[in-house]
Design a protein around this ligand. Structure first.
Ligand code: GDP
Ligand code: MG
Length: 440
């Protein structure tokens, strides 16, 4: 991929805005990369459409080539379309929290069940019960029992002759009586999606009302990923996806396909046969892998650095002139988030002890950055430039748009005023502003 890409990109040497031709030519290679990474065709199409919208007309910053600019946009769009970072399964429900695992035969359901159970037991100190509802494959229930013994996790005693729904009900009763925090239901699969499987999954679901239903799928799942995810989601209703065998050759395009068609998050990634080979989902890692490792990643990083540096320099120029509007604040909040939050950034600057206290006192905590950016994004262009326009009714509209209370909008505006004042003071002492922008 990278040879072909750099060939294309060498040709793109124009300056200024990206033209439709530049973008289309680069996108042909990107499309090929996505298909090689097993991303489903309809998803490839909607992805490249989104990139085209975002890229055509985008300003190419001085220190990168148009080609690097396109790659950066593709990478960002890919990360965005892959969904959020994940912290694994959601346990926010009354005990016993029920987690049902679904998927095709051989996708890794039983293995992933025991991986999750092990993590919840060892890391999160939960009392976990596993039950195999797989009455189709000989020794399937035995397989889970052995994994339970290896990882010190209880399994539901095996009773011959019971069907999946009866086993599930028995597991729920045993979990309640035994004071378990979590019940994991490992179901049977099929080699392909069929009606009896969907009926069985729906029956188990209605008998147990699981809090999480995780679709387990192999990272090598190709064009089938869309059908697979759609069917399970429509017929059973999934809450998340676990992608297995990411230790293999698969590039993980299935993650993009499955998330795109269901909107459900990829929560976990399996990276080996052993019981500890389970990771949280990091969209950036998968994006790097889908685009191909190595060159592309360093290209993206180089471009990102250049873009950040140019933005920071531009911001410094504006501040020195005494401009610091809400656009600047939004930009800065995003940069801060990247740098490990306010405290991380302040730690890099010399002589800011007093300011740090001031900022802490004004209640800027690192988790707020995303919400604050959302508030600013709910404003109109003019409002961002002239925050003094924001009276009660506008504030209400903005608060509703960002899903926060008006108090939070006020807090943000107050913070902006404080920062703008601070910037003005610092602008007078040029040396210090220079240092601060260097830190950004
Ligand atoms: P099930 O039929 O869906 O229950 O699938 P299993 O859990 O029995 O897994 C089928 C095979 O895939 C087993 O040999 C597992 O060891 C293997 N497997 C599962 N997850 C992973 C993974 O993340 N990486 C690798 N390399 N192998 C895995
Ligand atoms: Mg199994």
């Amino acid at each position: 991929l990278s040879d072909r890409l750099s060939g294309i990109f060498d040709k793109l040497t124009g300056r200024g805005a990206l033209s439709e031709n530049d973008v289309n030519e680069a996108l042909r290679e990107i499309r090929r990369a996505l298909i090689e990474a097993d991303v489903a065709l309809p998803v490839v199409r909607s992805f490249t459409d989104k990139v085209r919208n975002r890229a055509v007309g985008a300003e190419v910053v001085k220190s990168v080539t148009p080609g690097q600019m396109v790659v950066k946009i593709v990478h960002d769009q890919l990360v965005e379309m892959l969904g959020a970072e994940s912290q694994g399964v959601d346990l926010n429900a009354a005990a016993p929290v029920t987690i049902m695992m679904v998927g095709l035969q051989g996708s890794g359901k039983t293995t992933t069940t025991s991986k999750i159970a092990r993590r919840l037991t060892q890391r999160d100190k939960r009392k976990v019960l596993m039950a195999s509802l797989d009455t189709r494959r000989p020794a399937a229930q035995e397989q889970l029992k052995v994994l339970g013994e290896q990882n010190d996790v209880d399994t539901l005693p095996i009773v011959e002759g019971q069907g999946p729904v009866d086993i599930a009900k028995r597991a729920m009763t045993a979990a309640k009586l035994g004071g378990y925090d979590v019940v994991l239901l490992d179901t049977a699969g099929r080699t392909h999606i069929d009606e009896p499987l969907m009926v069985e999954m729906a029956d188990v679901k209605s008998a147990t009302q699981p809090h999480e239903i995780l679709l387990v799928a192999d990272a090598l799942t190709g064009q089938d990923a869309v059908n697979l995810a759609k069917n399970f989601d429509e017929r059973v209703g999934i809450t998340g996806i676990a992608l297995t065998r990411m230790d293999g050759d698969g590039r993980g395009g299935a993650a993009l396909s499955m998330h795109a068609v269901t909107g459900k998050p990829v929560k976990l990634v399996g990276t080996g046969e052993k019981s500890d080979a389970l990771e949280d989902f990091h969209p950036k890692r998968i994006a790097d892998r889908i685009l191909g490792m190595g060159d592309i990643v360093s290209l993206v990083e180089k471009a990102a650095e250049a873009i950040d540096a140019e933005k920071a320099a531009e911001m410094a120029r504006r501040m020195q002139k005494g401009h610091f509007d809400l656009n600047d604040l939004a930009e800065q909040l995003k940069q801060m988030e990247k740098l490990g939050g306010m405290s991380g950034m302040m730690g890099m600057l010399p002589g800011v002890g007093k300011m740090k206290k001031q900022i802490e006192a004004s209640n800027i905590d690192d988790k707020m950055f995303k919400r604050q950016v959302a508030i600013i994004q709910s404003m109109t262009k003019i409002e961002k430039r002239k925050p003094e326009l924001l009276k009660a009714s506008r504030k209400k509209r903005i608060a509703a748009g960002a899903g926060v209370g008006v108090a939070e909008v006020n807090k943000l505006l107050k913070m902006h005023r404080q920062m703008a004042d601070m910037m003005k003071q610092m602008g007078k002492k040029k040396g210090m502003l220079g240092k601060m922008m260097g830190g950004l």
